[in-house]
Design a protein around this ligand. Sequence first.
Ligand SMILES: CC(C)(COP(=O)(O)OP(=O)(O)OC[C@H]1O[C@@H](n2cnc3c(N)ncnc32)[C@H](O)[C@@H]1OP(=O)(O)O)[C@@H](O)C(=O)NCCC(=O)NCCS
Length: 161
Amino acid sequence: MKAWLTEWWRGGTAAIEPATLRDASRLAQLHGASFHRGWGEGEFESMLTERNTLVHRLRIGRNTVGFAVSRMAADEAEILSIAVAESHRGRGLSRNLLLTHLGHLAGRGVRTVFLEVEENNQPARRLYDGAGFAVAGRRERYYREANGEQLNAVLMRRDLS
Ligand SMILES: CC(C)(COP(=O)(O)OP(=O)(O)OC[C@H]1O[C@@H](n2cnc3c(N)ncnc32)[C@H](O)[C@@H]1OP(=O)(O)O)[C@@H](O)C(=O)NCCC(=O)NCCS
């Protein structure tokens, strides 16, 4: 049976909650599977202990299947990374994760949120468009892929009120 069907059968519901140091290794695993330049467990441990970094985990039943990380400075924040495990993509889970994360940023006094996304990353572009982000700039050849290909980045912004 597919994992998500098993979870549904067991009544597992999605929860979005602050991540703790104990999540570092799972978050590094998820990050490594989603981005070609993965962050290690140590990097997550540092971020989880820094006061200006906000990390949420997306949990279904006992499984952490996604996360969102942002860094705050005064009344601005940058979303550094958001990902959902491949096995759980395409089910709308990222939207709640992002909106909950933004709600917590607003609660910390953040008024403007920025992020960078690869121009052709359609799921991410749709996620951010749908969550009210607008394009604020473009950076040519900003990302370099493992195969040497250079990809453009789009800078996006959303005001929180
Ligand atoms: C980006 C990501 C977090 C989206 O998570 P998700 O839970 O699968 O997303 P959703 O199911 O909520 O779908 C988000 C939007 O993308 C669309 N989408 C999903 N898969 C898609 C695909 N393969 N191609 C095009 N659009 C797609 C959905 O239809 C939805 O748009 P809509 O609301 O306008 O219908 C996930 O794809 C991921 O982890 N990607 C790898 C890491 C990454 O690129 N992170 C973002 C850059 S920081």
